[in-house]
Design a protein around this ligand. Sequence first.
Ligand SMILES: NC(=O)c1ccc[n+]([C@@H]2O[C@H](COP(=O)([O-])OP(=O)(O)OC[C@H]3O[C@@H](n4cnc5c(N)ncnc54)[C@H](O)[C@@H]3O)[C@@H](O)[C@H]2O)c1
Length: 262
Amino acid sequence: MTTQAIAVITGGSSGIGAATARLFASRAYSVAILDVNRDRGEKMAAALSAGGTARFYDCDVSDAKAVDAVAARVEKDLGPAEVLVTSAGLIPNTESIMDMDMEAHDRMWRVNYNGTIHACRSFGRQMIARKRGAIVTLGSINSLLPLPLPAYNPGKAAIARLTQLLAVELGRHGIRVNSVGPTYVMTETLQARVDAGLRDVNKIMSVHALDTLPSPEDIATAIAFLCSAEARTITGVLLPVDSGWLAGVSYKTYAGGVPWKE
Ligand SMILES: NC(=O)c1ccc[n+]([C@@H]2O[C@H](COP(=O)([O-])OP(=O)(O)OC[C@H]3O[C@@H](n4cnc5c(N)ncnc54)[C@H](O)[C@@H]3O)[C@@H](O)[C@H]2O)c1
């Protein structure tokens, strides 16, 4: 067991979770990466271990018993979780409710929504025992407005509400629970969709206030802020990290046009 604070990152093998694991490791946390991608996760943990302690745990977050078992192992190996970031998730493509595959729909909920609850329960209990901790769930701009991703979109809205429920339930134990809501972040997973013609970069850029999208590191920085002492009275919020998407998506599609030439 280490004496350092422990950060648990689900989905830490790649993308936003990997950037978050790197950031917490650079801030002297021991990092536990829970993911189904063993190959990448083990490489990440090995790279992070050069500067401290990092371990990979092969764990499918959709399996409540597996998450519980891994939480017990993390506590034994490293210590109780101080930080939990739930970044494990599946990212879909546009589809209609009438035509979607219900098995894929249910799988999306099991990983994205149930996986978030499972991690919050298993590691939240460790935090309750110590009366301290911070949890950040991965929401999305999908938490805020409808987009044609009928399993993913309502799931992210549900994660925002779950975050509020947990904030109240765990607040009396000194635990804060918040969410981040990224806009499009060009992780390898999303870049592959762009390359396959499944996302239109021009359309994406046309509705943001800023002309730059957040990087995985920008999301990690927002997560680290929400977990820090500077955010000690912030709980139950969804922090959009969206380059002005929420402000721009209605403004820039106004039927009367924008008051400057684009
Ligand atoms: N990239 C974006 O544009 C974007 C925007 C908003 C929100 N998000 C959210 O951020 C999170 C991370 O997205 P990303 O872009 O980094 O994706 P990513 O594909 O790079 O990372 C997701 C990770 O989750 C892991 N994972 C998948 N299923 C799992 C399971 N059942 N158990 C454990 N691990 C599992 C994957 O192996 C992968 O390492 C997701 O929740 C996603 O919805 C992403």
